[in-house]
Design a protein around this ligand. Structure first.
Ligand code: CP3
Length: 355
């Protein structure tokens, strides 16, 4: 059934620019959204977060999480809204303790042996914790402009495991690499458990209204080739196959950050509809080696959102031009940082839409 846009013209689900790009269409202007678009660089986000108390209370408060998801849509008119939540809610739903230390980041109870693994809750229990997240998606489905696509997400198993094993973010994922070397059965069983939970979580997100799923493997780049195949590519392939079996219409964006040359063929091997490129990837190389398989997303360095100026415009134009011969969703190469200037976000959007 046709739905109405703000401008009043008929628009069906398949007319949404993000969904068209994900279906393989080359659009005259790439649709645009931004990783961490609801975040601390926005004064309205900081105000709502203060109202919620802390970050996790904000994630689990469906009304306030809906509000912060909508803030960047109202301010900038992005083509997609991404659910406001965090990849570490899955470990929490599996029974890990989780808290955030202001100015430092996440802390979790650690899993380093079979005992810790066995203490986790069964996958079927996760929804008890995650129900408010599904409510946020239901709220958003009814609240977004009809041309705006709703993206749900989860962390990929390797990235989530790095936090569950170390109990915090680490520069080199050392503790996870150590467990992989010292106790591979426990390491692999943990990845399996996260994989199964992620399938159920994402499937429930789609049932609640997510139109696209993004899988964040932020630390994929620290895996050597053999481990990348086993612990980044294979779990992504498994998650995508399970989701496609249940929800064949829902496109999936994979983000194996830091994959480098291993971006080539990643979409084909995993069944992803799109790969998100980090800013270490040359756009002309990506056009020749990655975009030939379908849609790519990315990949302006987020530092431009801090520094602005003519370099921001030039680099935005260069990326738009290099990827203009195939399906492309414009985005940053990683999340926007709290020190970014909100005016630079508007400059980026203008540079994309007037090119
Ligand atoms: O993109 C979005 O805006 C959607 C929401 C979202 C958040 N985190 C909100 C958030 C998404 C998709 C994430 C993903 C996430 N979370 C990743 C993978 C993507 C990436 O950035 O590499 C990772 C590794 C995490 C774990 C996490 N959450 C860390 C390491 C931190 C602390 C670092 C920081 O920026 O403070 C968070 C907190 C977090 N997640 C914030 C937001 C808006 C900041 C919380 C605050 O308000 O203080």
């Amino acid at each position: 059934m046709p739905i109405r846009t703000r401008k009043g013209d008929a628009m069906t689900r398949s007319d949404k620019p993000i969904l068209r790009a994900l279906a393989g269409e080359t659009l005259p202007t790439p649709p645009i959204w931004m990783m961490r678009q609801a975040g601390r660089y926005l004064p309205e986000y900081r105000a709502t977060r203060a109202e919620a108390g802390d970050f996790l209370s904000l994630c689990y408060n469906s009304d306030l999480a809906t509000e912060v998801t909508l803030q960047p849509i109202r301010r900038y008119g992005f083509d997609a809204a991404i659910l406001f939540a965090d990849i570490l809610l899955v470990p929490q739903a599996l029974g890990a303790d989780l808290w955030f230390v202001t100015g430092e980041g996440p802390r979790l109870s650690t899993i380093t042996d079979a005992q810790g693994l066995n203490a986790l809750k069964p996958v079927s229990d996760i929804h008890e914790t995650l129900n408010p997240i599904y409510q946020t998606l239901r709220n958003l489905s009814g609240a977004l402009p009809s041309e705006t696509t709703l993206i749900g997400f989860a962390g990929a198993p390797w990235t989530v495991a790095t936090y569950m094993i170390a109990g915090r973010g680490t520069p080199d994922q050392g503790p996870a690499h150590a467990l992989k070397a010292e106790n591979r059965p426990v390491f692999e069983a943990l990845l399996d458990r996260i994989t199964e939970a992620t399938i159920e979580y994402l499937s429930a997100q789609i049932d609640a209204g997510a139109e696209v799923i993004k899988l964040f493997d932020s630390w994929a780049g620290s895996l050597n080739d053999e481990d990348f195949a086993a612990y980044a590519l294979a779990p992504a392939q498994r998650i995508i196959a399970a989701l496609k079996a249940r929800h064949p219409e829902t496109p999936i964006i994979a983000f194996p950050r830091g994959a480098g040359p291993r971006y080539e063929g990643f979409a084909r091997a995993t069944g992803a509809d799109c790969v998100a490129l980090d800013d270490g990837v040359d756009a002309a190389w990506a056009a020749a080696h990655v975009q030939i398989d379908g849609c790519v997303q990315g990949n302006l360095a987020s530092s431009h959102m801090v520094t602005g100026g003519e370099a921001l415009v030039q680099e935005t134009h260069a990326i738009v031009d290099a990827l203009s011969h195939g399906p492309h969703i414009f985005n940053l190469g990683h999340g926007i940082t709290p020190d970014a200037d909100p005016d630079n976000v508007q400059r980026m959007i203008d540079a994309v839409r007037t090119r």
